[in-house]
Design a protein around this ligand. Structure first.
Ligand SMILES: Cc1cc2nc3c(=O)[nH]c(=O)nc-3n(C[C@H](O)[C@H](O)[C@H](O)COP(=O)(O)O)c2cc1C
Length: 222
């Protein structure tokens, strides 16, 4: 065998050996396990998503700071990664930055809509409900995308709040109809909710582990 070919074989062998080791020897940056002489293995688990989720609270009062378009776009990209029924991706968003339009949208929810008046950005979460199959899970699809938005906003230390629209009334018609008319959203979509965002102007205590209903988690059976 020629020397060059021989080296190629050796290199391939070394690469395969390095990448296909047993799972415990594979580097996993998020799970560290340490040997303990007393109890066997103890686990220290990093959970940055949990840390973020503890900090997320509904913030309904906003300061004057302007959120960069780039930051808003980063947040919106996270929402696009949300799972959807059948992978149909029926959720779409209108990001509203115009203050006068934000007020009009707020007025489209007769009870409590004005809470978005001070927001710097309002994301209108709507779902394509024209398609019968996608319509079956439209609430779940919209809700999970909205949850992603709320967490993503917290990542940039922004205040955010879900503002409900489904089954709510506007000035004359349903909030859904009035918002769709304002934003020229075509037929075949239904607005589920808004996510208002802005500089935090209320200081809400992050959750701690003791705030959580740990007894709501059941393993193997209730
Ligand atoms: C389906 C749903 C509808 C909600 N609707 C509203 C709403 O219309 N207005 C509002 O201020 N908050 C609304 N919220 C936010 C809840 O009031 C809030 O999540 C709850 O009080 C817990 O507080 P936290 O978000 O700080 O944990 C809604 C939340 C969900 C999940």
């Amino acid at each position: 065998m020629k020397k060059g070919v021989q080296w190629l074989w050796i290199l391939t062998f070394v690469l395969i050996a390095c990448t296909s080791g047993n799972p415990s020897s594979m580097a996993n940056p998020s799970i560290k396990s340490e040997e303990s002489s007393q109890t066997g293995v103890t686990m220290t688990i990093d959970n940055p998503l949990y840390e973020l989720a503890l900090k997320r609270r509904s913030v309904r009062s906003y300061g004057p700071a302007h959120i960069d378009d780039d930051i808003i776009h980063e947040i919106m990209k996270v929402a696009l990664t949300a799972p959807s029924s059948f992978g149909h991706r029926p959720v779409e968003f209108v990001v509203v930055r115009d203050k006068a339009m934000i007020q009009k949208i707020g007025a489209s929810k007769r009870m409590g809509g004005s809470q978005i008046d001070g927001a710097d950005a309002v994301v209108v979460v709507m779902v394509k409900t024209a398609n019968e199959r996608a319509a079956e899970f439209w609430i779940e699809d919209g809700a999970i995308a909205s949850a992603y938005l709320l967490l993503a906003a917290e990542q940039y230390n922004l205040g955010a709040c879900w503002v409900h629209i489904r089954n709510r009334m506007g000035q004359k018609e349903t909030s859904d109809v009035e918002i769709r008319r304002l934003l020229q959203i075509p037929d075949g979509y239904t607005v589920l909710n808004l996510v208002a965002m802005g500089e935090k102007a209320e200081n809400k205590r992050p959750y701690t582990e003791s705030d959580l209903p740990m007894d709501h988690i059941h393993y193997n059976r209730f």
